[in-house]
Design a protein around this ligand. Structure first.
Ligand SMILES: Cc1cc2nc3c(=O)[nH]c(=O)nc-3n(C[C@H](O)[C@H](O)[C@H](O)COP(=O)(O)O)c2cc1C
Length: 211
């Protein structure tokens, strides 16, 4: 079996996107380990998942209380969960959009987080436990002890607490420094360089599968 990295992006698909540069660097690190190190990409911006249609989609079949499921959304939900299950590790690009994760990423989360199937609920189910996830987050503004956590905290909770994965966060802030130089040109460059090497290093060394 080829070791597989699931590479997710959710930023607007712009060549200047910092989070996309960083997730690509992580994938480069992963592929530096050998020709059999495979990368599966899913672009949540170019191919956005739909929002949940029914409340029952948040629950395993045994807890759905007979509510009907939309077939197409059900099939997509199964596909997204299977894709995550097939991955030995995950890198996720998560820019800050209006103090939150992009809505495309949130739609994906709402489909893959199913208590009792992909996370613990009334049973200790955690099929992703022990696998590793890298959260790459970017924000235009400078460091702020409250705002910095708006993207990373819910993702840490979901991937770490919910899925039981080993979570690492790489952050690049001040990305709007070209427009707002007072954010600190030197600091912005330094933080981005550190994020680049952190992302590559994670890809090149992260344990394959469960730890
Ligand atoms: C729709 C939108 C909303 C944004 N909201 C915020 C914000 O709330 N706080 C912030 O610091 N930067 C904000 N920014 C700036 C982005 O976080 C910044 O440009 C970041 O680098 C985007 O990720 P990317 O470089 O991968 O595209 C926003 C940008 C966009 C396009």
């Amino acid at each position: 079996m080829m070791p597989t990295l699931l590479h997710l992006d959710s930023a607007i698909a712009d060549p200047a996107s910092r989070s996309r540069i960083l997730t690509a660097e992580c994938a480069r690190g992963w592929q530096s380990r050998g020709a059999d190190f495979d990368v599966v990409t899913r672009d949540l911006h170019l191919d956005p998942p739909p929002h949940l249609r029914e409340r029952s989609q948040h629950w395993p079949e045994r807890l759905r209380e007979g509510e009907p499921l939309d077939e197409a959304t059900d099939a997509l939900q199964r596909e997204l969960i299977a894709e995550l299950l097939a991955a030995d590790a995950v890198v996720l690009g998560a820019p800050m959009y209006n103090y939150a994760v992009p809505s495309t990423l949130k739609a994906w989360i709402d489909l893959v987080h199913v208590p009792g199937i992909t996370a613990a609920f009334d049973t200790p189910t955690q099929p992703f436990a022990g696998r590793s996830a890298l959260i790459v987050t970017t924000q235009g503004g400078g460091p702020d002890p409250v705002i910095d956590a708006f993207v990373s905290a819910p993702l840490r909770q979901l991937f770490g607490g919910g899925f039981g994965m080993e979570v690492t966060v790489v952050a690049a802030r001040r990305t709007l420094v070209d427009r707002i130089p007072s954010l600190g040109v030197v600091e912005a460059e330094g933080e981005f360089e550190a994020a680049l090497s952190g992302a590559f290093e994670w890809g090149a060394t992260v344990p394959v599968g469960g730890v």
